[in-house]
Design a protein around this ligand. Sequence first.
Ligand code: PLP
Length: 259
Amino acid sequence: MDVVMTIAGSDSGGGAGIQADLKTFQELKVFGTSVITALTAQNTLGVDGIFPTTPEFVTQQLSSVFNDFDVKALKTGMLFSADIIERVAGEIQNKEVQVVVDPVMIAKGGASLLQQEAVEALKTKLLPIATVLTPNIPEAEVITGMTIKTQSDIQAAAECILEKGLQCVVMKGGHLENDEFATDTVFLANGSSFKMQSKRIHTKHTHGTGCTFSAAITAFLGRGFSLQEAIVEGKKFVQLAIEHPLNLGHGHGPTNHFA
Ligand code: PLP
């Protein structure tokens, strides 16, 4: 069985973070290991508290897993601080592992899941060793310092991100103003690009969609799919999860990993 890893924060409400990642891994038939960067006290209504793991203990978790398992692909989600990012980058930079970076910054309810001063570490330490980055538009704006409104803005931002040395960036278009479609554009370092267009689903039950998408890409990479195939199949998985809401909790309900 192929082994993958998530390096992310715990969501006590079970819809995002480590919990979403492990559920996705299970559904997509890979063996999931986990390195927890922070605990959050959270439900579908929002984040009530954050208790970060010490950077030393993040390193210890990484060592325990890497010393015993052949991890084929990993994803990073909530990394919280520059210290944790530096530890993670230091541990994975010489490993033969595909790296999916979901640059988690702000939860839907507004809680900050990445300290502001950690953005620089994300850009300089993690992006150069990433295989693929999956930013939504607000995250891409923070990473590039650009304002993104049009398709040509998206292209310019993607080119700016690819300059950091990664193989691919998936620009998630869900935050752009288009009522009919949510279009993600995939840019590869060889200069090619393609679009993944899906009908916009009008639902408030989208908690954990970003986590689920990047975890699904990681699962398919772990199973040996090509990068492009993994992204296309990952998109199909998250689309189904959004199309069939579970209606749990009283806020932004979780994506449905059973769909
Ligand atoms: N909480 C944790 C621990 C996460 O990793 C994430 C991921 O983005 C979120 C919350 C965000 O959840 P939401 O999809 O509601 O913005």
